[in-house]
Design a protein around this ligand. Sequence first.
Ligand code: ZN
Length: 312
Amino acid sequence: MRYDLFTQHTIRAEVRFGGTGLHSGAHVHVRLRPAPPDHGVVFYRVDVPGTPAVPARYDHVVDTSLATVIGKDGVSVSTVEHFMAAVRVAGLDNLRVEIDGVEMPVLDGSAKPFLEILQNAGVKAQRASKQCLRVQRAFMVSEGDAYIKVFPSDVLRICYTIDFPHPLVGRQALTWSFDPGSFARDVASARTFGFLRDVESLQSRGLALGGSLENAVVFDDLNVLNPDGLRYRDECVRHKVLDFVGDLGLCPFPVFGSFEAYKAGHALHNRLLRALCERPGYVRFMPAAAASARRLMPLRPNLYWKPPVVPA
Ligand SMILES: [Zn+2]
């Protein structure tokens, strides 16, 4: 998939797909259609009278407890993060996403099928320049022992660490820099994961109804239950990077910055985005072409220095 970072893009041709929602268990149909410059990525609930629009933006996130849910005027679309990761990595800025249900299909639990669908649709450059958002000052957001530190950088760079008390997971860390090829190879296929004891309690509360070994990695106390095992030894942290790329995709513009996340999740990702997009001085909006032409000071991390905490 080839595109430049300086102009806006949409898909070349309409494409349709369908599948089951991870939490709702409902089968939905999705139609992706090209959209004009500056339209943004917008979901349209075609099953609701008037086909209400729900923009895929951080400031329309209404729930982050199990997945990222966007909503507007009481109409919502759930579990958009894996799809949004594929949309942003494919370089798309403008897209109509028509859906006839409350939740995006989970497909195989990763972003790979979404990337393939977008590749089939093709990417088309539009006659409009692209803005980007560049981190100007270091800061952090935190919740308990979880945090995300942010530093200025010339590229999007993510260093993610997780720590789960499980013999097959434990502490895993991955550093990934924005590159569509490496996303497709190293991140896109990593599936969502859960623990059997949590799945049972979620299903008793009417959640994770569409979850199965076909669309999620499930661990019992010692092992992985999926017959084919893991796709990567560290599939869990790779999936967290995927989730983070998808949640960052709810920023209307590509983000240039270096992020260090520890035990974070959708809620903290969203708090970070609100801090990024709404605090003048921490970031600068600029044309993508200018941002790319300008070199900032190389990042020199200081392990003993704590960036200022942005209050919740
Ligand atoms: Zn996920």
